[in-house]
Design a protein around this ligand. Structure first.
Ligand SMILES: [Zn+2]
Length: 192
């Protein structure tokens, strides 16, 4: 038996890559999941969720190392079954070195819009030993909501310390996102 994935359209089968169905056959909601991790390094600013936090180390690696925005970007792309952040913005390309990760999130969001969807809500878990996220959680949620174009109460954010994981040198983000189909839009056609 072939796999079936869309409960609201039980006769539909797993679409082949690049298959595009008519908007009327698109599911009304799509879920996406993103994961990312970066290693702490001295001498660079710490950016999480588009906010610069005061800390003696930042996150190295791709662009500005914003682990939360990267995981959100991958969750958005994953919900569309689109190529992931590393495929769209290769870390080997020097033009992304130090880049503002909001660029990646906004490109993913444009694709969401192009496909006729909008963000319903997201939920994120950050795992890092330091700094404490609590005092900055409100600012991070506000900035993420602003980037996504949703209300602040549509952005869930939990911060955990990596108890028993021996991962104090890294920051990790897990994100799930729910997209809802925007009824007046047609897939692949901009409304403006
Ligand atoms: Zn990353």
């Amino acid at each position: 038996m072939k796999p079936r994935i869309f409960a609201d359209n039980p006769d539909d089968r797993m679409p082949k890559t690049n298959d595009r169905r008519p908007a009327t056959e698109q599911p009304s909601v799509r879920i996406g999941y993103g994961f990312d991790s970066h290693e702490f390094r001295s001498g660079i600013p710490l950016k999480i969720g588009g906010i610069t936090l005061h800390h003696d180390k930042g996150l190295g690696g791709h662009s500005d190392g914003d682990v939360l925005l990267h995981a959100i970007t991958d969750a958005l792309l994953g919900a569309l079954a689109a190529p992931d952040i590393g495929a769209l913005f290769p870390p080997s390309d020097p033009k992304w070195k130090g880049a503002d990760s909001a660029i990646f999130l906004l490109e993913a969001l444009k694709r969401v819009d192009d496909e006729g969807y909008a963000v319903s809500n997201i939920d994120a878990s950050l795992i890092l030993a330091a700094p404490k996220i609590g005092p900055h959680a409100s600012a991070i949620r506000t900035r993420v909501a602003e980037l996504l174009g949703v209300r602040g109460d549509c952005v869930g954010l939990k911060a955990k310390t990596p108890e028993g994981l021996n991962l104090d040198a890294a920051a990790i983000a897990h994100v799930v996102v729910l997209l809802k189909r925007v009824p007046h839009k047609r897939s692949g056609v901009r409304s403006r």
